[in-house]
Design a protein around this ligand. Structure first.
Ligand code: OOB
Length: 558
């Protein structure tokens, strides 16, 4: 069948990973079945008014697997899943994977541009959405995808479907009881496609196998001390790799623990759930951790059950890190990971200095890490360089993207992470930034090129360059430098114009600065990368000038 995703390691490496017991030859569907047999009556997941036992979750997954197969969706075909933090997400994800159908995980923040692209690149045959979430009606996205993509045969709504809408089908119609079509997929096959943060252009798709993902999940559950008594709170979007597998809700299932899905990371919502469900561990990005630290002073919620707060996705400053345990009474665990594979953790029994000042060390003794200079030559021990990695749960290539693979992987199969790191004598990594122009907006990754392409599509915009600028709360935010054609469109108008093109809100530039020309970065052909560097410097200058009493006359900042 065309487009069935694969992911292969060289035979020698695959043999080594199997012999070491990392890859155990078990599919995620079979793994869930075994966990459900072991913990049948224990609570697996709590979300809204729903509480499912392990046996019930297993049954829900079966029903989704049977339903999609009965409706003619074939193993190997791709289904875009865009659901918020609701129990149905687990049923749909685990059901599709059990059937060998490949979910492609979109985030609730994604809009038409991203969904169009994900559907095109994956060749999706179906799209699963909520009806309405956070006041946004996903059914409009569903209808337009149906209209624009001949390959999309089904738009499946977990929620209300109007009777007279022929383009939309109810999730109930994709639940069945006949398991005769179900065949357990090989553990070496691709279980799902994750989105890459991406630093250039549009998202790349990351094929993860049953074998490699379950290995990272099992080890993560152990490293993070999960047991059947643990209660894991999901506050980040459930489809993101961090709350999915590091150790995430899958780690919780591996341990027989309980998963609590929070509809929002806001302290009033999350704290109430921590108190009610006696949550023991939660995963946050730095801005959420900071928000929780501030809110702790004024909350009456009882957070005493919280044993571990994991923070990752973007750099946590040592000063904020140092506040976590004294304020929340929980052990901090820094997590430096990527959907492509490699995940690093500080260990729960590490000393305070290591926990506050490093981003952890890898999961596996067989994670190979190289820190190199611009010419791929290893730097001296302790020096800063580019991180490259290869190992038992790091991909060797993106889905059908030869150009990206040539850029992102070395000839000997190491993934070029794009991160600038150093390593301590004890083998812990410290993240110093990124070599690429990708903007890390509080854990949400923004490709400047993608946003620039939208900006220059505006009739009043001649050219645009998007850069990151430091931000106390988010770590980085985005700033667009725009050369107007004649008139200057007010920045709020330009922002909402971009938003209305169907782009995730977090990609809309935080700030727009009009300039007459871009600074010259030297003689000869100017690369956009150099230009971004020069404009970042200009943005820093502007920030200093804005802090001073005299404002810059020539640019309008919003
Ligand atoms: C996680 O995954 P992605 O794929 O959204 O983003 C990966 C990138 C890394 O290459 C790095 O640039 C950045 O996010 N990052 C961090 C970080 N954790 C991730 N930068 C500094 N400090 C950290 N602690 O973000 C992700 C996946 C699994 C677990 C945790 C995070």
């Amino acid at each position: 069948m065309p487009g069935v995703p694969t992911q292969e390691w060289p035979v020698a490496d695959a043999t080594r990973y199997r012999d070491a017991g990392y890859w155990q030859g078990e599919s995620i569907g079979a793994w869930l079945r075994a966990r459900a047999a072991q913990h049948a009556e224990r609570t697996a997941v709590v979300g809204g008014s729903t509480r499912w036992s392990y046996a019930r979750l297993d049954q829900e997954a079966d029903r989704v697997a049977a339903g999609f197969l009965a409706r003619g969706v074939q193993p190997g075909e791709r289904v875009v899943v865009q659901l918020p933090n609701v129990p149905e997400f687990l049923a749909v994800m685990l059901g599709l994977i059990r059937a060998g159908i490949v979910p492609v995980f979109a985030l609730p923040a994604h809009r038409q541009t991203e969904i169009d692209n994900i559907a095109t690149v994956s060749g999706a045959v179906a799209y699963v959405i909520p009806a309405v979430h956070e006041k946004f009606d996903y059914r409009t996205l569903g209808r337009s995808l149906r209209a624009s993509h001949a390959t999309v045969r089904h738009v499946v709504v977990a929620g209300v479907v109007e009777q007279d809408d022929p383009d939309l089908e109810s999730l109930d119609a994709f639940r069945g009881d006949d398991l005769s079509l179900l065949i357990d997929p090989p553990s070496s096959s691709v279980a799902f496609l994750q989105l890459s943060g991406g630093s250039t252009g549009l998202s790349k798709l990351i094929p993860r196998t049953h074998d490699d993902y379950l290995y990272s999940v099992r080890e993560s559950a152990t490293i993070c001390g999960l047991s059947p008594a643990s209660v894991y709170l999901v506050v980040l979007p459930v489809a993101h790799n961090f709350p999915m597998s590091s150790p995430g809700f899958l780690g919780a299932l591996d341990a027989g623990a309980c998963i609590v899905l929070s509809p929002s990371p806001a302290p009033d919502v999350a704290f109430a759930l921590i108190e009610q469900e006696r949550v023991t561990i939660a995963a946050a990005v730095p801005p959420i951790a900071l928000m929780w630290l501030e809110a702790k002073a004024i909350t009456s919620a009882d957070l005493s059950s919280l044993e571990v707060l994991q923070v990752g996705g973007a750099k946590l400053t040592p000063a904020i890190a140092a506040r976590v345990t004294p304020t929340l009474g929980a052990t901090l665990q820094q997590v430096f990971g990527m959907a492509e594979g490699l995940v690093n953790y500080t260990r729960l029994d590490d000393d305070v200095d290591t926990i506050c000042n490093t981003q952890g060390r890898p999961i596996s003794a067989d994670d190979e890490l190289r820190i190199v200079d611009d010419d791929d030559v290893p730097v001296a021990p302790g020096a800063i360089g580019h991180l490259q990695t290869r190992g038992p749960y790091t991909i060797r290539g993106y889905y059908q993207n030869a150009a990206a693979n040539a850029r992102s992987f070395t000839d000997d199969g190491f993934y070029r992470t794009g991160d600038l790191v150093s390593r301590t004598a004890a083998g812990y990594l410290v993240v110093h930034g990124r070599a690429t122009d990708q903007i890390n907006r509080g854990g949400e990754k923004v490709s400047p090129e993608e946003v620039e392409d939208h900006l220059v599509a505006h009739p009043a915009v001649l050219d645009a360059v998007v850069v990151s600028v430091p931000d106390d709360y988010l770590g980085e935010r985005s700033c667009a430098f725009v050369i107007p054609r004649a008139e200057r469109v007010p920045p709020p108008v330009l922002k909402s114009w971009i938003r209305n093109r169907g782009l995730a809100a977090y990609k809309v530039p935080d700030q727009i600065v009009f300039v007459d020309a871009f600074p010259s970065t030297g003689v000869g052909k100017t690369s956009r990368k150099d230009l971004r560097g020069a404009l970042r410097a200009l943005a820093a200058e502007q920030a200093t000038a804005a802090a001073a009493p005299v404002s810059t006359p020539d640019s309008r900042v919003s």
